[in-house]
Design a protein. Structure first.
Length: 390
């Protein structure tokens, strides 16, 4: 396993150097490097060991969520306005409606399959977008809007999926066979539980961090709390992304002037993030693309249209600057962890072949979105004039 980890890490770094010559983001290089050495191409990393890297992916997502949470400072959010919440709801609902209505009326898919697929379409993967923002030191109104939007997107998506799955079950089985209240309330309880856990852990960590002097000790304490929050979230079936995001949000609001609790992890996360994205490339299975067909392509296009249209309408309603209105949607396209997780839930709750079809479509879409998402995020930031360094 250590040999495989070293190969993954080195491949990601080398491919990032190569891809940079084409003026593409590092993330694209990591994903392509992983795809190259993974089972779909060269097979240097065997398929039977791919699942063993899940702990690395879980840890990386926790740190990404923690970093996003650090951007949700209440004073800062007041400055950029209440419109961020409106934008988040409209971009999520825009994707959901476009996918759902397109599948029902254009591609004549069953209603229950269409609404569940549409709900999953709301999910946006924050990791790739955040990496592009950091790589190019991007700053400006678009970044100030983008980071809180992707941070809140998961909560909105989980709620939409809960309602959609309840409706799908009723359509398939009838009202008597399912408790509508429980299916709608369960995702709400999951969100509240995740946020409560993150707040509690953040409150304790804020108190402890005041008493820690050295940076090495502080780094160890923060890593321990991020892992503890993640582990407890998994144990209680909460969203670990939301919990770790709330952990960072609590810290940045309790200790607004203590930047050490966020800058100190920058010594730890770079190799972890290289591993995470390269492993994501290793996990991509190109053979899935053959079995998806027109429905898969339709999902990718309809979701992209919904994200862009919803982002534009939300930014217009919030009276955001023109650059935010025009380019926000491009940076919201990446899709990964949450969408894959929800597709697994859909596979369990919908009978064959509907659940299997949703899972296949989402996995194929992830391959496409994760490869085109980072370059499009860079394109949006360049067009908005917010990239400070190449």
């Amino acid at each position: 396993m250590l040999f495989y980890v070293s190969v993954i890490l080195l491949t990601g770094l080398v491919m990032a150097k190569v891809i940079r010559l084409l003026k593409l983001p590092n993330v694209t290089g990591y994903l392509l490097g992983g795809l190259l050495i993974g089972p779909s191409v060269l097979g240097i990393i065997p398929r039977d060991v791919v699942g063993s890297f899940s702990i690395i992916s879980e840890a990386a997502l926790a740190f990404i969520a923690y970093s996003i949470g650090s951007e949700l400072n209440i004073e800062h959010l007041k400055k950029i306005g209440k419109g961020v919440v409106l934008i988040t709801f409209l971009e999520a609902i825009g994707a959901t409606l476009c996918v759902t209505l397109g599948m029902i009326f254009i591609f004549r898919q069953p209603v229950h399959l269409s609404i569940v697929l549409g709900a999953i379409g709301a999910a946006t993967a924050p990791a790739a977008t955040l990496m592009v923002v950091k790589q190019y030191n991007a700053k400006g109104p678009l970044v100030d809007t983008l980071l809180p939007v992707v941070a809140m997107d998961d909560a909105v998506c989980i709620m939409i999926f809960g309602i959609a799955s309840a409706i799908a079950k009723i359509l398939l089985e009838g009202v008597e066979s399912v408790s509508l209240a429980s299916l709608i309330l369960s995702p709400i309880f999951e969100i509240i539980g995740a946020l409560a856990l993150g707040f509690f852990m953040g409150f304790i960590l804020a108190w402890i961090s005041k008493k820690v002097k050295g940076e090495d000790e502080l780094l160890s304490v923060i890593i321990a709390f991020i892992f503890l929050t993640t582990g407890l979230s998994i144990q209680f079936n909460f969203s670990s992304l939301l919990s770790c995001m709330m952990l960072g949000t609590t810290l940045t609001n309790i200790l607004p002037h203590n930047k050490r609790v966020f800058t100190v992890i920058e010594h730890f996360t770079p190799p972890l993030l290289v591993l995470f994205f390269t492993i994501s490339g290793v996990e991509l299975n190109l053979s899935i693309l053959k079995s998806v067909g027109l429905i898969g392509i339709a999902y990718v296009v309809l979701r992209a249209v919904g994200k862009m249209l919803g982002g534009y309408l939300g930014a217009a309603a919030a009276k955001s600057p023109k650059t935010v209105r025009n380019y926000l949607g491009f940076a919201l396209l990446p899709q990964a962890g949450v969408a894959i997780g929800l597709s697994m839930v859909a596979q369990r709750i919908l009978p064959a072949p509907y659940g299997d079809e949703i899972r296949t479509v989402i996995l194929a879409a992830v391959i496409i979105y994760e490869l085109i998402g980072p370059p499009l995020a860079k394109f949006a930031l360049v067009k908005a004039g917010e990239i400070q360094s190449e």
